[in-house]
Design a binder for this molecule. Sequence first.
Ligand SMILES: [Zn+2]
Length: 155
Amino acid sequence: MRTSNFRVIPLKTEVVEAARRAAKSGAADHRVVVADSPRGYPCRHCLRWAKPGEQMILFPFATIPPGHPYSETGPIFVHEQPCERYTVTGEYPPDFRSGRVFRAYNSEYDMIDAKPADEAEPEAVVETLLENPRTAFVDARSADRGCYTFRIERI
Ligand SMILES: [Zn+2]
């Protein structure tokens, strides 16, 4: 299903490449792990679940920049090997239709709303959050562990 009023923003490729360089150089806050389950290691760059056996980099990412009450840095995974950034930004990522919660933020980075994803139609939940004119962007996070998955912006 195509989205009507938003686009999906995967992690920037330069952020992923920096994480790969940091992991190679042995940075203490970057760890290479091997995916050992089919739905435990979401790559924030290609927006797919890692297949068991794939190497992933675990590192902290500032989803909300420092200097705000809602500033937040949290752990995310990306593929250790090069992967293609998610390009179908007009479509909700099929791998993450379930198990997500959406947080709406205003332009000051204040969290102003949050709703769990409806597996049948997560697009409708996102659109509802974006109907609030104060919503500047929406972050999709995992519903169980709370980790950042991807950002959504108005078109
Ligand atoms: Zn990937």
